[in-house]
Design a protein around this ligand. Structure first.
Ligand code: ADP
Length: 499
């Protein structure tokens, strides 16, 4: 168990890191101040490579390029179909580099290599293909008027977009934002998370190869309070699209408000409930609940961190859950047998452990887990708390790690009320065979996505985003395209003008 960073990685060769600089106006460049920062492998805590550290002046340069590309370049002026062809080529290039990209996200974020290879990286390509299919179908509508007027709307790209993305899904988050913005005809600057800059730079390189014109897609790596803040407060960025913590979401909205009132879209935290009714198959439900909190080591904004089980099956459920949690395989994320890799970095690792401590101090009981796993890297055991009260911090705060609060309920009314008691409203799950129960619960829960008898099922056409403190605006699906479009209303008289 101690040997969690197995030396035997002979089945996979870690790629050389090719791109470490900022990508501005179609070129890889050093930061203006010449600074760099470490990106670390969470399997070992060792530095992978140093990355250019962009700051305000680099964001300025990227925005200047994006502005020029928007105001005078070909991208917004091309037909949707022309953009689509380039986006499809971009998708092909992603598909040709799946293994290398999956490996980059694996060493940078501790994500499972096999999952990246089979699901996450292909999904990035799929998002490009999906939005390429929509790029030539963007149009306004003819409006009704009670007077002799011909009026219609034009849909125009919003302009220069700033995408600020998190570290938990470096590739899918990149494409959930970049693909629709490209389809809309926007130009953009992407600020990847400082923990996971590697794949974003690779994507930028592939975009150039595919024929995305210079200045359309710029990537500025760097920290949140410097490069990120420069994006949200920039006077020449028309919209900021953010995924990350609620705390930073507030800062971004404030910066947008006090600068140029740029449009804002926020996909923030969650504390999502999974409600399991008495008629559920207990074994399957336990598997679903566990995967709902352990998938991607709990570093998922939609993680099912609050699990409510009806009293009739609660005892049996608890037993199954312990059994399964103990058998859950932790280890090197390159190993195809591994189900859980390390937390993304030392800070997250320590944050999760401190929440486990808080849970115990608050009086909750540890059912299983609760400790670091192994002696190297940032691994944490699958952890389940019981005797959790709704107002304990482990039940209210987003922990963003493999820590579940398991609770018992009696009635459907109680389940609805407790599920809704959170300040967040991102996702919810319902497990029951009773359609009436499912319908009633799903309509009563205030959250952006509801999974019934499944969890985390996702596709490019599904809008994703939250209610309440989980933010507003939707990524993915056609909703995710509309947000990158302005509406212009055009009015002309039907008959000769009276003047
Ligand atoms: P976490 O706390 O889980 O690391 P964050 O919300 O801090 O998540 O990070 C998400 C993204 O937001 C990252 O790209 C990060 O660099 C960026 N970010 C952090 N602070 C700020 C800020 N003050 N302004 C703009 N972006 C920020």
């Amino acid at each position: 168990e101690q040997n969690n960073t197995s030396a035997d990685q002979s089945h996979f060769k870690i790629p050389d890191i090719k791109f470490t600089k900022l990508f501005i106006n179609g070129e890889f460049v050093d930061s203006i101040k010449g600074r760099t920062f470490d990106t670390v492998d969470p399997r070992t805590g060792e530095v992978i490579v140093r990355i250019a550290e962009g700051d305000k002046e680099d964001v300025d340069a990227a925005v200047k390029a994006a502005r020029e590309a928007f105001d005078h370049g070909p991208w917004p002026r091309m037909s949707g179909f022309q953009r689509a062809r380039i986006m499809l080529k971009f998708a092909d290039l992603i598909e040709q580099n799946i293994e290398e990209l999956a490996a980059l996200d694996c060493i940078d974020a501790g994500k499972l290599f096999l999952w990246g290879k089979l699901v996450d990286i292909p999904f990035g390509a799929r998002l490009l293909q999906y939005y390429a299919g929509a790029a030539d179908k963007v149009h306004g509508e003819v409006l009704k008027s009670s007077r002799p007027l011909h009026a219609y709307t034009l849909k125009e790209p919003i302009g220069v977009v700033g995408h600020i993305i998190p570290w938990n899904f470096p590739t899918s988050n990149f494409f959930m934002k970049v693909a629709p913005a490209l389809a809309a005809g926007c130009t953009m600057i992407v600020k990847p998370a400082e923990q996971t800059p590697l794949s974003a730079l690779f994507h930028a390189h592939l975009a150039k190869q595919a024929g995305v014109p210079d200045g359309v897609l710029n990537v500025v790596t760097g920290f949140g309070h410097t490069a990120g803040a420069a994006v949200s407060s920039h006077m020449d960025i028309d919209m900021v699209s953010f995924t990350g913590s609620t705390e930073v979401g507030r800062l971004i909205m404030q910066a947008a408000a006090t600068s140029n009132l740029k449009m804002v879209s926020l996909e923030l935290g969650g504390k999502s409930p999974l409600i399991i009714f008495d008629d559920a198959d207990v074994d399957k439900a336990a598997e679903l609940a566990l995967n709902g909190i352990l998938f991607n080591k709990g570093e998922v904004c939609a993680a099912s961190s609050r699990v409510y089980v009806q009293e009739g099956i609660y005892g049996e459920f608890e037993k199954k859950l312990i059994e399964k949690a103990k058998a859950w395989k932790l280890g090197d994320p390159f190993d195809p047998e591994t189900r859980q890799g390390p937390q993304v970095d030392k800070r997250q690792f320590e944050k999760v452990l401190s929440y486990i401590d808080i849970g115990m101090k608050e009086g909750a009981t540890l059912l299983t887990g609760g400790k670091r796993w192994g002696s190297k890297g940032y691994y944490i055991e699958p952890t389940v708390f019981v005797d959790v009260k709704e107002d304990m911090r482990i039940a209210t705060d987003e922990i963003f790690g493999p820590v579940m609060s398991l609770m018992k309920f009696r009635t459907i009314e109680e389940a609805i009320e407790r599920a809704n008691s959170s300040k967040y409203g991102l996702a919810a799950g319902i497990v029951t065979k009773d359609l009436n129960v499912a319908n009633r619960v799903l309509r009563s829960i205030r959250s952006g996505i509801i999974w019934i008898n499944c969890y985390f099922e996702f596709d490019s056409d599904f809008p994703y985003g939250g209610y309440k403190l989980s933010g507003f605006g939707r990524d993915s699906g056609l909703e995710g395209l509309q947000k990158y479009l302005q509406v212009k209303t055009v009015v002309t008289p039907l008959h000769d003008s009276p003047w």
